[in-house]
Design a protein around this ligand. Sequence first.
Ligand SMILES: [Zn+2]
Length: 83
Amino acid sequence: MKHACHYASRLASDSLDRPLTLWERIRLKLHLSICNNCKNCDNNLKLMRQINELMRINDYGHIRLSEQQLKHLHQALDSDTKA
Ligand SMILES: [Zn+2]
């Protein structure tokens, strides 16, 4: 992995946990505009975050999704596979 890709993937991961600085956002967007590998990684990170937010464990230890959440998840997965 190139140094620029390593830095971009770290920024993409950090962006899920904290707001990036203006300079970090610019560097990440610039890199994602020219690197498909990192763009795919960024999309996958966002998708995993969405899935994590959609899934809630109920009192019985089962994951329960509403119909709307299932529809949203399917749409996210479909758009990711078409990208
Ligand atoms: Zn890259």
